[in-house]
Design a binder for this molecule. Structure first.
Ligand code: SAM
Length: 210
């Protein structure tokens, strides 16, 4: 049976007594530029995916890091509340160690993988319900780095593309940055390969065309 939109849990709420853990702990007031896109994908997951598998590239590397998103905490808390699993992949052992520490409350449902993200995604055999691409840092002052970051993001998607299901959701970070951010190339590719963009701001939300 289809679940109803879980307004209590995720929706934007201005009240001091907002019951939503997500709104309260991470994006109180809805002012943060990732609030609405995280809310959107969590709501789709909640309504349409039982015990989802979430895969993210680029883990949370600082305890308090709303500037970058704190995605591992958010997804970790989601699977802890509602069921499912999270795999977070990072090339930096120190970043993964910090991440393991700050998400230890949810660690029973998180797999921490030390690897280059493209190498890992190529080997993955499972289908992610939600794929979050947020790895190779995008340097606002270095055009060559920007190109490499954009190519890496495209390579990540291509590495897992054949294992994505009809209901898989893809979330891309840093879409609103000057020069197009990490996902500039992958967005063009996805648009040409049967994907629909639902939302495009700091993050970009995509589902498959039916
Ligand atoms: C912007 S941070 C991720 C932020 C995190 N998603 C959040 O919301 O807090 C980018 C991370 O990607 C990692 N990274 C960079 N290149 C990578 C690669 N080729 N494969 C896997 N991880 C990579 C970095 O070590 C860093 O920890």
């Amino acid at each position: 049976m289809q679940k109803v939109l879980n307004l209590e849990e995720f929706v934007f709420h201005k009240s001091e007594n907002c019951p939503a853990w997500f709104c309260k702990k991470y994006y109180y007031g809805g002012a943060n530029f990732r609030y609405h896109s995280f809310q959107m994908v969590l709501n789709i997951l909640f309504q349409d995916h039982v015990n989802p598998l979430i895969v993210e590239t680029g883990c949370q590397r600082h305890k308090e890091d709303l500037g970058a998103g704190m995605s591992t905490s958010i997804f970790g808390e989601y699977v802890n509340h509602y069921g499912g699993r999270l795999i977070t992949v990072d090339i930096d052992a120190h970043a993964l160690e910090v991440c393991r520490n700050v998400t230890k409350l949810f660690s029973a449902q998180i797999q921490y993988v030390l690897s280059d993200s493209v190498v890992f995604l190529e080997k993955m055999t499972e289908t992610p319900d939600l794929l979050y691409l947020d790895s190779y840092d995008y340097d606002l002052k270095n055009v060559e780095n920007q190109r490499l970051s954009q190519e890496h993001c495209l390579s990540e998607f291509k590495a897992i593309e054949s294992r994505l299901g009809v209901n898989s959701i893809v979330l891309l970070d840093d879409s609103g940055l000057p020069g197009g951010g990490k996902p500039k190339l992958v967005k063009f590719y996805m648009a040409e390969h049967g994907w629909i963009c639902l939302y495009d701001w700091q993050q970009s939300v995509w589902i498959r065309r039916r």
